[in-house]
Design a protein around this ligand. Structure first.
Ligand SMILES: Cc1ncc(COP(=O)(O)O)c(C=O)c1O
Length: 452
C-alpha cells in the first residue's frame, strides 16, 4: 500500500486553491459583492462549504451539465444533492411548467394532476393514500406529527448520524455512554432532543429492540440505506428485523425515500419489497420544482381520519397554503411520467455500476485504503478500507482534508461532486463519457496523492 502523506496533501491543496481562485474571477467578484447583503456572501450559509475559497456562481444548468459565471462547464454529479436527479431542466417538466404557469400557480384547491400523481406514487411505493408538501423536510415533520397523534406516544426513534431535513427531533446523537443529546452543530434546539428522541446505531437489532420495548416510541424514521454520512447499507435481514420489531412494539415505521429513490422507480422500498406504514419523499420527483409527499397505509389512514378535527384541520400543525400547488403537481406528473421512468432508471443504474467499477479499479491499482459503495444510481467513496456498518463508524471515517482536496481537484477539472462527502449521482442525461471523465480525474488525483 502506498502511503498518503499529509505534507504532500497540503502542498497539492495549496496548488489547487490557487488554480481555483485564478480560474474563477467572476465568481470571486460576485461573492465579494454578495457580502454586502447576504450572510457570508451566499444565499444559504452552508454554500460556503463547497471547496475553494468561495463557491462558484451558476450561470445555467441543463441536463447533466452546469456552467458557472466564468464560462466553465462541469459534469454535474452532485445534481443539487438529488433535487436535480431528473437532470437539470428536463424538457417534459419544462413543458408542463410552462403550460401550468399560464393556468395559475397556486389555488388552495386540487388539480387533476394531483389525482394522477397520487395514483402513480401508490403504484410505485405501494402506500395507499398520499398528501403533498413543499419539501421532504415538511413531509417528515408531518408524518411524525401524525404518528404521534394516532399512537398517543411522544418519542421518535432515529439513527445516529441520520439526516432527514431540518426536522427538530432528528438532530440527536448517541453519546459514547449511550445517552442521547443534541447532534454536533444543532442550531438553537428548542429542547434537549433526549426529551423527544431515541437514537440507536444503524444495523444494531438488539439496541433497536431495547429502545422500542419501553412502548413510548410513536415512530421510527429511517432512510432504508443511510446516505447522509456516506452510504451505509443495511445488513442482510436488518429491514426484516426493523419491520418485525416495530410491529411487535406498536411503533409505526416511516421510510424516507428522498435520496434512496436512486435505487429504482419505487425507491429502495419498491426494489426490496419493504412494507412501511408511512413513506416520505421530495426533491427529485418535482424535477427541480419544490415539492414533497407522504404516503400512508390504509390502516394508518383510517386512524388519521378518526383523529382529524375537521373544523380546525387547517391550523392543526399540518398545512402550508402553497403545499400541493398546481405548479408542483404539474412538475411531479411530467417528471414521473416522462423523465424518471423505468427505462431511465435502468440506464442510470448501469451508469452507477460503471462509476463504481471505475473507482474500484483505481483503488485496487494504487492499493489505497479506500472503498466504493453504491445504491442504484448513487455511488460514493470513503477514505477507509472497510465499509462502515453504522453512522458512528461512517462519521469517524470522514477525512475532512482529503475530502476537501478531492472535491477541489474534481472541480478544477470540470467534475462536480456532492459537497460534504464524495457522492455521485447519475441522471437520465448523464452519459458514459461523463462517468469516464470522473474515472480519469479520480485516477489522476490518486496518482498524485500517492506520488506514483
Ligand atoms: C433523506 C433526506 N430526507 C429529507 C431531506 C430534506 O430534503 P429538503 O431539504 O429538500 O426538505 C433530505 C435532504 O438532504 C434528505 O437527505
Amino acid at each position: 500500500m502506498k502511503t498518503l502523506e499529509q505534507t504532500r496533501l497540503a502542498t497539492l491543496m495549496a496548488r489547487e486553491r490557487e488554480r481555483f481562485t485564478k480560474e474563477h474571477p467572476r465568481s470571486r467578484k460576485l461573492h465579494q459583492q454578495a457580502g454586502h447583503s447576504l450572510l457570508s456572501g451566499v444565499p444559504m450559509n452552508w454554500m460556503t462549504r463547497w471547496p475553494g475559497d468561495f463557491p462558484v456562481f451558476v450561470a445555467k444548468a441543463s441536463g447533466a451539465r452546469l456552467t458557472d459565471v466564468d464560462g466553465i462547464e462541469y459534469v454535474d454529479l452532485c445534481l443539487g444533492d438529488t433535487g436535480a436527479m431528473a437532470g437539470h431542466a428536463p424538457a417534459p417538466t419544462l413543458k408542463a411548467i410552462a403550460r401550468q404557469v399560464r393556468r395559475g400557480l397556486t389555488t388552495m384547491l386540487p388539480s387533476a394532476d394531483a389525482v394522477w400523481v397520487g395514483d402513480e406514487l401508490r403504484r410505485r411505493f405501494g402506500l395507499a393514500y398520499w398528501q403533498f408538501t413543499l419539501s421532504a423536510t415538511d413531509a417528515n415533520r408531518f408524518a411524525i406529527r401524525l404518528c404521534r397523534e394516532i399512537t398517543g406516544r411522544t418519542k421518535v426513534l432515529v439513527y445516529d448520524h441520520c439526516y432527514h431535513g431540518s426536522v427538530d427531533e432528528t438532530f440527536a446523537t448517541l453519546g459514547p455512554d449511550g445517552t442521547v443529546g443534541p447532534s454536533h452543530g444543532n442550531i438553537g434546539p428548542g429542547v434537549n432532543p433526549a426529551l423527544t428522541t431515541r437514537v440507536v446505531q444503524w444495523n444494531d437489532v438488539a439496541a433497536l429492540e431495547r429502545a422500542l420495548a419501553a412502548g413510548d416510541v410513536a415512530c421510527v424514521l429511517a432512510e432504508p440505506v443511510m446516505t447522509n454520512v456516506g452510504i451505509v447499507l443495511p445488513d442482510d435481514g436488518y429491514h426484516a428485523a426493523l419491520r418485525e420489531l416495530t410491529r411487535r412494539y406498536g411503533t409505526l415505521l416511516i421510510i424516507d425515500e428522498t435520496h434512496t429513490l436512486c435505487a429504482g422507480p419505487g425507491g429502495y422500498t419498491g426494489a426490496h419489497g419493504l412494507d412501511p406504514d408511512l413513506l416520505t419523499i421530495g426533491k427529485a420527483i418535482g424535477g427541480g420544482v419544490p415539492c414533497g409527499a407522504y404516503g400512508m397505509s390504509k390502516a394508518v389512514a383510517a386512524r388519521v381520519l378518526e383523529h382529524t378535527l375537521w373544523d380546525v384541520a387547517d391550523v392543526g400543525g399540518i398545512g402550508g397554503t402553497l403545499a400541493a400547488n398546481p405548479l408542483s403537481l404539474a412538475a411531479m406528473r411530467a417528471t414521473l411520467a416522462e423523465v424518471l421512468t423505468d427505462a431511465a432508471f435502468a440506464r442510470m443504474i448501469a451508469l452507477g455500476e460503471r462509476f463504481e467499477q471505475g473507482v474500484a479499479e483505481t483503488i485496487a491499482a494504487y492499493d489505497v485504503p479506500w472503498h466504493v459503495v453504491r445504491v442504484g444510481c448513487r455511488a460514493e467513496y470513503l477514505f477507509v478500507r472497510e465499509r462502515p456498518r453504522n453512522g458512528a463508524e461512517a462519521g469517524a471515517a470522514m477525512d475532512r482534508d482529503l475530502d476537501a482536496f478531492m472535491h477541489l481537484y474534481m472541480l478544477n477539472r470540470g467534475v462536480l461532486m456532492t459537497p460534504f462527502h464524495m457522492m455521485a449521482l447519475m441522471s437520465p442525461a448523464t452519459t458514459e463519457a461523463d462517468v469516464d471523465r470522473h474515472t480519469a480525474v479520480f485516477r489522476e488525483a490518486v496518482a498524485e496523492l500517492v506520488g506514483g
